[in-house]
Design a protein around this ligand. Structure first.
Ligand code: ZN
Length: 292
């Protein structure tokens, strides 16, 4: 099953629901970064929610989620856009903590002393930056707090990643339920009771639930309509040319120094872990392209 997001409305258009299967996306992130299970869960949960937040944007808008709770994983960075492209990494992929019951302890990896920041690039150099303190480090709760506090939209965020015994990702997905103006108390309490009793989302995905089926679980006997669907992929658009422009921007002196000292350069893309090698000849060419 390919990865995609559905957007739905229910409860007389007073509730909006996003739901995603992101198994392949998180699987790819795990392979590229060789993350240990708890790091896979932390990065995967952020990719899951980041992708849904991307789906809330329009046109060429994009966003970056930066989480730093001062835990051993360091920073978690995820980029997403309105067309279902998402990528991300963590500072330290080799992090693994478990609760005594065997569940992945994401909170201990992420830490609780820091912030969750969202930077939206709305085009024309127009940025929207907003952040909240990390309150749990399990991330679902932190995103819930972000939407309610920063975007003034009462929301409930579920996100989960199931990791196999060989460290590969078995299932990943999530949902965001948002209460729009005009929702009744009855609607809110009904949703609260459903969400408090819903199966873990990674388990639902692993049992073959589609994003549509997760929406149906959340709405129970309430009618809903699916407004749109969006395919999701882990994509990094880095290239040797792009990084070459970065080398050029270092300036003549620094580039000369690299050539003299290292006789070449290797650049690793943080987002996808791809390595680009520049030979001495290539670096000299770049140097030659700089006008005084
Ligand atoms: Zn890349």
């Amino acid at each position: 099953m390919k990865d995609y997001i559905v957007r739905a409305i229910s409860f007389d258009k007073t509730v909006r629901i996003f739901s995603i299967n992101a198994t392949d996306t998180v699987k790819e992130a795990q392979v590229r970064h060789n993350t240990w299970p708890t790091a896979s869960a932390a990065l995967g949960r952020t990719l899951v929610v980041g992708a849904m937040m991307g789906a809330m944007l329009k046109g060429r808008e994009s966003l970056t989620v930066k989480i730093n709770g001062n835990g051993p994983i360091g920073e978690i960075i995820v980029d997403a856009n309105a067309i279902g492209e998402v990528k991300g990494y963590v500072s330290n992929p080799e992090v693994h903590f478990q609760y005594p019951n065997g569940k992945l302890n994401v909170s201990s990896a992420v830490g609780k002393d820091g912030e969750l920041r969202v930077i939206k690039d709305l085009g024309m150099k127009d940025f929207f930056v907003s952040s909240v303190d990390i309150i749990s480090g399990e991330l679902g709760e932190d995103f819930t707090y972000y939407f309610t506090k920063s975007e003034q939209t009462p929301s409930s965020v579920g996100c989960g990643v199931l990791v196999d015994t060989d460290n590969s990702v078995l299932a990943a997905g999530g949902f965001i339920v948002q209460i729009m103006p005009g929702a009744t108390e009855e609607t809110i309490s009904k949703l609260e009771s459903v969400i408090n009793n819903i199966k873990p989302v990674s388990k639902m995905i692993n049992e073959g639930y589609t994003p549509e089926k997760i929406v149906a679980e959340i709405c129970k006997d309430e009618p809903y309509s699916i407004i749109s669907t969006l395919d999701v992929h882990f994509i990094c658009k880095c290239s040797k040319d792009k990084f070459a422009r970065g080398l050029i921007s270092l300036g003549k002196d620094e580039l000369k120094e690299i050539i003299e000292e290292d006789k070449g350069a290797e650049i690793v893309c943080h987002f996808c872990n791809k390595k680009y090698h520049y030979s001495e000849t290539e670096l000299l060419e770049l140097l030659g392209s700089i006008n005084n």
